[in-house]
Ligand binder design. Structure first.
Ligand code: 5GP
Length: 205
């Protein structure tokens, strides 16, 4: 019996995290995202309990006070948080779970793992980076109809986030999508072979 790995995945907007994970899921279909809570409003066809648990400010604060989050942070103008129940329970069931969270949240999970051996044994920190600032800028421009000011703000935020890369255990550079997806698949497969995810003391039945 094996525990699932909790993969903390961060990277700036424009690094291509969701596209990359989508590629990996084609060959590892049981790899799923953890569902975070947020106070932001649903966008487009987003549904409660699918992309996020959409909560009011009051509900979010109630959950903070009840100690339900393993981490929570303010990102842009909204709150985001990962429920303890989403990660440890799923790992115990043997499911690998990806946490697409910002650098502040990732650092809080690192801190929490210092006092929690079970969490520490199944955690992996992966940073996704664009191949250059030039490419990142192009991707941000190509994405939508942001104003010059908004693009400058996003680039500033991205630079700050990228400065955290050394706090992660692995870095995947997403220049060529196929290469990056192959690298990430190899990495995630390796996570399943770690001794730390084997439950109990006996290796063989
Ligand atoms: P969006 O609102 O575009 O879905 O996400 C905005 C940002 O919030 C992304 O950078 C994403 O990584 C981050 N985020 C999403 N869920 C969580 C969470 O549970 N905790 C933290 N700390 N950040 C999150």
């Amino acid at each position: 019996m094996k525990r699932g790995t909790i993969i903390v995945l961060s990277g700036p907007s424009g690094a291509g995290k969701s596209t990359l994970v989508g590629e990996v899921q084609k060959v590892m279909p049981d790899l799923q995202f953890s569902i975070s809570c947020t106070t932001r409003k649903p966008r487009g066809a987003e549904k409660h309990g699918v992309e996020y648990y959409f909560l009011s400010e009051e509900e979010f604060v109630k959950r903070i006070n009840a100690g339900e989050f393993v981490e929570h942070a303010q990102v842009h103008a909204n709150r985001y948080g990962t429920l303890k129940s989403e990660v440890l329970e799923r790992s115990r069931r043997g499911e690998d779970v990806i946490l697409d969270i910002d650098v502040q949240g990732a650092m809080q999970i690192r801190e929490a793992a210092r006092k929690d051996a079970e969490l520490a044994a199944v955690l992996q920190f992966v940073f996704i980076a664009p191949p250059s600032y030039e490419v990142l800028e192009k991707r941000l421009r190509g994405r939508q109809t942001d104003s010059e000011e908004q693009i400058a703000i996003r680039l500033g935020v991205a630079k700050k986030e990228i400065s955290y890369w050394k706090n992660y255990d692995y870095v995947v550079i997403n220049g060529d999508l196929k290469q990056a997806a192959d690298d990430m698949t190899a990495l995630f497969r390796t996570f399943r072979l770690r001794t730390g995810v084997v439950c109990g003391e006996e290796l063989l039945p």
